[in-house]
Design a protein around this ligand. Structure first.
Ligand code: GAL
Length: 471
């Protein structure tokens, strides 16, 4: 049960969820700075103005990560710290901050794994059409180049985008994320294409610089499984996987869109506006991907529906990962099942689904190099006599690491595992109630950091390379 020595044990965060310092040192305003201030958008109006103040406490946080024995830290760069208006003038203080953060990691022997885009877009770009505007693609490539040039001598792992499906689907279908547009599939598919094109161009620029690092992107990994063996639900499974996995993975890994989805979009009138040059660039970039990052929380259980299906009203609670919603095209819906386990936010707990999904992925894409760039349990952790007893999190991560090991033993090429999250942080829509970290942050007590039970446990997992995990 040992993980090899080159396998990276890490943990992750994202800038908006941890940094705070929303207007410090010349940072520009972002879409999330604005969106969280709209009444009703987030749980109790929480926002990332202060978050857990990682911007000012990064030294203490990295020291704790080092104490845990973390081998790698995945964090994101806030675009608006580097280019406050999205393009143009560089803010040197923003560059300085990430240099300090990177150097602090390296000082402790922690490998920095850097996400360029984890959803916080400089506001001027948001106002100018966000990911629907091809100018945002140009701006992104400019930003990515600035980051490669400034940090690429020390950062050898770059993730271009985090979870395209989330920021585009919640941005243009459910309206739960900026720009808050509902029910607009045409825009949703257009935004996904523009992101894939931006990813492709960033890869090409990165490779020109000969920095000899790795670059890829992180996708949600949420394989769909039919609720039973019936033919119609098996069809729902295929349809869901085509739209939620292949639409996202094929352009990156194979350099082309899945025919099935393109055909469906033609029927519905939702084919993105794309040029031959864009499609060629996507094809050209596919072999340049060094890895794919998978964020796995849960699978989907799906059932075919027909036109008489009545959808529930979309609320914040049911638009962020809990089952029960119909697909945008009314073909299937996700189902909560009696024989499955769920978190307090109704996300299914399924290490088995992880193993089966990874097998499906290998069958379709071969032995691509993978990192699990997010996996973890959102919970309200019990505090008993001052100790944070997050035993469910320990069990969750234990079972998912066992799944990762089983997949590796089955020939899936997984090179690292990043728990979400290193430290308790702001949930985009659920405030501070939904905790994920190994490190607790006391919001009643000046944001003081405390080690949870899982901190000590994960430290032992890393030190023993997983030898003591329970099967
Ligand atoms: C992911 C996202 C993270 C975090 C996580 C847990 O979708 O990348 O930023 O919010 O979900 O809810």
């Amino acid at each position: 049960m040992k993980f090899s020595n080159e396998f990276l044990f890490g943990a992750a965060t994202a800038a908006y969820q941890v940094e705070g310092a929303w207007d410090q040192d010349g940072k520009g305003i972002t879409n999330w700075d604005e969106f969280t201030k709209i009444p009703g958008k987030t749980f109790e109006g929480t926002n990332g103005d202060v978050a857990v103040d990682h911007y000012n406490r990064y030294k203490e946080d990295i020291a704790l990560m080092a104490e845990m024995g973390l081998e790698s830290y995945r964090f994101s760069i806030s675009w608006a710290r580097i280019l406050p208006n999205g393009t143009g003038k560089i803010n040197q203080k923003g560059i300085d901050f990430y240099n300090k953060l990177i150097n602090e990691c390296l000082k402790h022997g922690i490998v920095p794994f850097v996400t360029l885009y984890h959803w916080d877009l400089p506001l001027p770009l948001e106002k100018d059409g966000s990911w629907l505007n091809k100018k945002t693609v140009d701006a992104y490539v400019e930003y990515a180049k600035v980051c490669f040039e400034a940090f690429g001598d020390r950062v050898k792992h770059f993730i271009t985008f985090n979870e395209t499906v989330v920021f585009t689907a919640l941005g243009y279908l459910t309206g739960a994320h900026p720009p808050g547009i509902t029910n607009d599939p045409k825009k949703y598919f257009q935004a996904t294409h523009n992101v894939f094109y931006a990813h492709a161009r960033a890869l090409i620029e990165y490779k020109k610089l000969n920095q000899y690092g790795e670059i890829g992107l992180s996708h949600v990994f949420s394989p769909a499984f039919s609720i039973d063996d019936s033919e119609e639900n098996q069809f729902a499974q295929l349809h869901a996987n085509q739209f939620n996995t292949n639409w996202f993975y094929d352009p990156i890994l194979l350099g082309r869109y899945p025919e099935y989805v393109v055909h469906e979009l033609e029927k519905l009138g939702y084919v993105p506006e794309w040029t031959q040059e864009e499609l060629d660039t996507i094809a050209q970039a596919a072999p340049l991907n060094d890895f794919m990052g998978l964020n796995y929380y849960q699978p989907q259980r799906v059932e075919k529906i027909d036109s008489s299906f009545q959808s529930k009203e979309l609320t914040r609670e049911n638009s962020t990962g809990s089952p029960g919603n119909p697909s945008f095209d009314g073909v299937y819906r996700t189902v909560k099942m009696d024989d499955k386990r769920y978190t307090k936010w109704d996300w299914e707990i399924s290490p088995e689904g992880f193993v089966s999904g990874l097998k499906m992925l290998k069958e379709q894409y071969g032995q691509i190099k993978l990192y699990i760039t997010e996996n973890g349990l959102g919970d309200e952790d019990p505090i008993i006599e001052g100790e944070i007893c997050d035993i469910p999190r320990i069990n969750f991560i234990n079972d998912h690491l066992v799944a990762v090991k089983a997949a590796i033993d089955n020939g899936v090429n997984i090179k690292g595992y990043y728990a979400w999250s290193a430290i308790d942080l702001l949930s985009w829509l659920n405030g501070y109630k939904k905790q994920y970290g190994f490190i607790y942050v006391d919001h009643q007590n000046g944001l003081e950091r405390k080690k949870k039970a899982s901190f000590h446990w994960f430290k032992d997992v890393i030190a023993t390379r997983g030898e003591n995990l329970h099967k």
